[in-house]
Design a protein around this ligand. Sequence first.
Ligand SMILES: *[C@@H]1O[C@H](CO)[C@@H](O)[C@H](O)[C@H]1NC(C)=O
Ligand SMILES: *[C@@H]1O[C@H](CO)[C@@H](O)[C@H](O)[C@H]1NC(C)=O
Ligand SMILES: *[C@@H]1O[C@H](CO)[C@@H](O)[C@H](O)[C@H]1NC(C)=O
Ligand SMILES: *[C@@H]1O[C@H](CO)[C@@H](O)[C@H](O)[C@H]1NC(C)=O
Ligand SMILES: *[C@@H]1O[C@H](CO)[C@@H](O)[C@H](O)[C@H]1NC(C)=O
Ligand SMILES: *[C@@H]1O[C@H](CO)[C@@H](O)[C@H](O)[C@H]1NC(C)=O
Ligand SMILES: *[C@@H]1O[C@H](CO)[C@@H](O)[C@H](O)[C@H]1NC(C)=O
Ligand SMILES: *[C@@H]1O[C@H](CO)[C@@H](O)[C@H](O)[C@H]1NC(C)=O
Length: 523
Amino acid sequence: MPCCIGNITTLRHLYIDTNRLTSSILASLWLLKDLLVLNLSTNTLSGSLPQEIGNLRAATLIDLSANQFSGRIPSTIGDIQTLSNLSLAHNALQGSIPESMGKIISLVHLDLSHNNLSGNIPKSFEALKYLTYLNVSFNDLSGEVPSGGAFKNFSSQSFMSNERLCGDLIFSLPSCPTGRQKRRKTRLAVVFSLLGITLLILIVTALAMYAIGRYRRKILVENGVDFAPGTTLRVSCYELLQATEGYSESHLLGTGSSGSVYRGTLNTGRNVAVKVFNLQEQNAFKSFDVECEVLRNLRHRNLCKVISTCSNPDFKALVLEYMFNGSLEKWLYSDDYMLDILQRINIMINVAYGLEYLHYNYSTPIVHCDLKPSNVLLDEDLVAHLSDFGIAKLLGEGESNAYTTTLGTLGYIAPDYGLEGSVSIRCDVYSYGIMLMEVFTRMKPSDEKFSGDLNLRSWINDSMPYAITGIIDSNLLGQEEHDTKKLRCLSSIMELALNCSMQSASERVNMKEVVTVLKNIKF
Ligand SMILES: *[C@@H]1O[C@H](CO)[C@@H](O)[C@H](O)[C@H]1NC(C)=O
Ligand SMILES: *[C@@H]1O[C@H](CO)[C@@H](O)[C@H](O)[C@H]1NC(C)=O
Ligand SMILES: *[C@@H]1O[C@H](CO)[C@@H](O)[C@H](O)[C@H]1NC(C)=O
Ligand SMILES: *[C@@H]1O[C@H](CO)[C@@H](O)[C@H](O)[C@H]1NC(C)=O
Ligand SMILES: *[C@@H]1O[C@H](CO)[C@@H](O)[C@H](O)[C@H]1NC(C)=O
Ligand SMILES: *[C@@H]1O[C@H](CO)[C@@H](O)[C@H](O)[C@H]1NC(C)=O
Ligand SMILES: *[C@@H]1O[C@H](CO)[C@@H](O)[C@H](O)[C@H]1NC(C)=O
Ligand SMILES: *[C@@H]1O[C@H](CO)[C@@H](O)[C@H](O)[C@H]1NC(C)=O
């Protein structure tokens, strides 16, 4: 193996399977702590596996099968908690299977077959609840095969050719000796009485939770909160890797300040968006934590839901609901689609609901800080969902503003935020106003016609109220004689947008008022 491989510290995938590499594994390979996938299968590598294998903390897949490794399996392998696929098959490994492997909770596929392993199959393996494939065949294992957890699903194939294994669960294995059976009986008695007590506690807890849940849900449903049950789901980092075909280019949906978003399809067939945080970015860890914190606690039909997270020291991703119709930005500027006036009003009402909820319905106000059309996503029914909470701010108890140096997007940032770094819910109101203008004029605040004193806001202010037909997106007006009702409606929307984006924060309306005005607009 060329020695320089161990120097590529950013390496994530290493496939050098099916070659004729000899020698032992380079010591420096274990320094690649970002490595996700390591396939050294089918070579003639030899020597023993060192304790340092446990340094590969990010690895999801390790395949060292079909080599000539000898010695014991290092117990530190149990430290690779993200591992989901491990194969050490077809080597000459000896000694017992480390107890610590029962800690690799995300393990799905484990192959230790065709070695010279001895001793018991650790009882700790019963905790591996995601394990769907186990192969320890062709070894020298002995003692009782564990019977709990995933072991119920394994057939004799998994254990064949280990002369001294026994167990009652698996049909073709001999029963274990009677002395053991007696101990088993008393153990069973203890287990059953414990189970009985646990069951009782569980039932009481479940009943209590159910009652509380019903009560809470009733309240939330009355308030328009979408409380979809079963939205939290465990997805392993490895499943995400598969779902996005290794985060391939063809799955990339977009790249933002804190990371990239990929489309993925889970094993269940469900579509999701996977947001991978760019850990080179200085604030990435913080963005991840903020987004988790904000989104985990919020449930509203106009906010993007987090389905799951995948987090280890070197890799962080959020699994979000997939929005079939992409961003509002895409819809506004695409030539293939056209949103009519009613759809645009509905989208902006939905955004307003989402913001109102963020500002007023959490224990402390939450400021989104980066409101713009590319952060508004549309589901299959074109219902808007706010996304990208990476720089959101949770204002502390009794705090009405905070200071920051992470900025939103130019053109949408309120002057108080942009110039002074002062963050308050009024900043979102400003950005919302700018977005209202953009959605109905189809003109970006960053358009090149704006410079000096002329900006989107002053351009609209100057045309109000008489020259409104000159600024509104021509797709909305059509060729025919303008209908005065439509113009009146557009004109109040623009007036609202100006009221939202007043220079001075204290003069801006708030999101409750915005919701009231929009709901009452007659069209
Ligand atoms: C790899 O890194 C070691 C020190 O960590 C250095 O001595 C060696 O020259 C490097 N090799 C290459 C090929 O860069
Ligand atoms: C590693 O490489 C071998 C040989 O090409 C292949 O059979 C095996 O499926 C690979 N392992 C994984 C986990 O992809
Ligand atoms: C794990 O790797 C083996 C090859 O070593 C492959 O056959 C199997 O499909 C992999 N499992 C998953 C879940 O990808
Ligand atoms: C298997 O391991 C035992 C010691 O545990 C050793 O005596 C025996 O030679 C090994 N067999 C092979 C084929 O390596
Ligand atoms: C938000 O809180 C207000 C009271 O502060 C309440 O009237 C309203 O129903 C709540 N809305 C949601 C969606 O929870
Ligand atoms: C939005 O996406 C869904 C699913 O892809 C599609 O069926 C629907 O037609 C789209 N909505 C519109 C208005 O195009
Ligand atoms: C908006 O227009 C009014 C006159 O219609 C003017 O007094 C005001 O200064 C303008 N505001 C801005 C910010 O341009
Ligand atoms: C905008 O603000 C003005 C002055 O406060 C108020 O009279 C007007 O009704 C507001 N318009 C809208 C649409 O909110």
